[in-house]
Unconditional design. Structure first.
Length: 112
């Protein structure tokens, strides 16, 4: 099967310290001959992330998905975002989200 959608990045890593604003923006658009619209969104767990789906230009088939960390303590998590499409070929698009929050001292050692 040919590539159905352009999803950039294909998976998301939210890395930082609790209390910091940690977010990522994913762009989604049809690839090649495929055409679809996004009808809805859901999150498998949703405990540690917030998501917001926007379509900056209603004339273009391009969406932006903003994913924001909600976790308030150091630790790791994993979640899956599912985007519902109107396509019979691929009714669902999935985006994996990995979160890793460090204590500030640990993060400073890693980035040095």
């Amino acid at each position: 099967m040919k590539k159905f959608a352009n999803i950039t990045p294909g998976s998301v890593r939210l890395i930082g310290s609790p209390g910091d604003k940690i977010q990522s923006v994913v762009t989604i658009s049809p690839a090649g001959e495929y055409d679809f619209s996004i009808l809805g969104k859901s999150v498998l767990n949703g405990k540690n992330i917030d998501i917001k789906l926007t379509r900056p230009d209603p004339k273009k088939k391009l969406w932006k998905l903003t994913i924001t960390n909600k976790m308030k303590k150091p630790g790791r998590y994993f979640d899956i975002i599912t985007l519902k499409t109107d396509s019979k070929i691929k009714p669902d698009l999935s985006i994996r989200v990995f979160g890793y929050l460090f204590k500030k001292k640990t993060l400073n050692k890693i980035s040095s």
